[in-house]
Design a protein around this ligand. Structure first.
Ligand code: PRP
Ligand code: URA
Length: 218
């Protein structure tokens, strides 16, 4: 679903490029956008992206009695979703997905990038039970080298997760390839594919440090 030449299995990549998403992404990137607005936009974008990522959730029949008669409707089948934010910035995307699936379970992966090696360093993870029976939605606004997302997917696989969908807002080609090559089944959704990484492994043009912008820590 992208015109970019990416040397990886792009059948598992979806770029969510609805006009509303593109508009909101431009405001999100703007360095003059306030912390309050940034946070709100991350939530709104997560809803729009999540709607797309949950498009093929399994359904089952349910009998409904309307005020006029009985009918057979549909409801989401199976166990509740698991939303897995990568701390810290991923937390900013949780409320948006929860507004679509209010009963979802929420796990956490704590990772930060070593400032010199850019390798992810784990400091925490805790997941809901029965991951093998849940659709797992990993959320993190930024996919740069891919190290953090690869580590999160690996933890989830080790915990038994089968259906893993990762949602990012801004990605770069290098990170996309790293993630899709690292796991044969993970599905990746992003709202934008940016040009490249700089020497500090920040995405260009990107939006800066997502965690700092969500929490106003810079
Ligand atoms: C950012 C971002 C991702 C990671 C992406 O987190 O939220 O988790 O970097 O980079 P990668 O693809 O090269 O691994 P950061 O480590 O800055 O932590 P924070 O969210 O706590 O600020
Ligand atoms: N993490 C961020 O927050 N921004 C980037 O550009 C890269 C990693």
């Amino acid at each position: 679903m992208t015109n970019l030449q990416l040397d990886c299995d792009t059948s598992r990549l979806t770029v969510v490029d609805h006009p509303l998403v593109q508009h909101k992404m431009s405001v999100l990137r703007d360095k003059s956008t306030s912390t309050k607005d940034f946070r709100q936009l991350v939530t709104e974008l997560s809803i729009l992206e999540g709607y797309e990522a949950l498009r093929d959730l399994p359904l089952e029949d349910v009998e409904v009695e309307t005020p006029l008669e009985k009918m057979v409707g549909k409801r989401i089948a199976g166990k509740k979703l698991a939303i897995i934010p990568i701390l810290r910035a991923g937390l900013g995307m949780v409320d948006g997905i929860l507004s679509l699936a209010p009963s979802a379970r929420v796990g956490h992966v704590g990772l930060y990038r070593d400032p010199v090696t850019h390798e992810p360093v784990e400091y925490y993870h805790k997941f809901p039970p029965y991951l093998d029976a849940r659709t797992c939605i990993v959320v993190d606004p930024m996919l740069a080298t891919g190290g953090s997302l690869v580590a999160a997917v690996q933890f989830l696989r080790e915990a038994g997760a089968k259906d893993i969908r990762a949602l990012t807002l801004v990605s770069c080609p290098e990170g996309i390839k790293t993630v899709l090559d690292s796991d044969p089944n993970v599905r990746l959704y992003t709202c934008a594919i940016d040009r490249q990484l700089n020497e500090r492994a920040y995405i260009l043009p990107g939006l800066g440090d997502a965690g700092d912008r969500v929490y106003g820590t810079r």
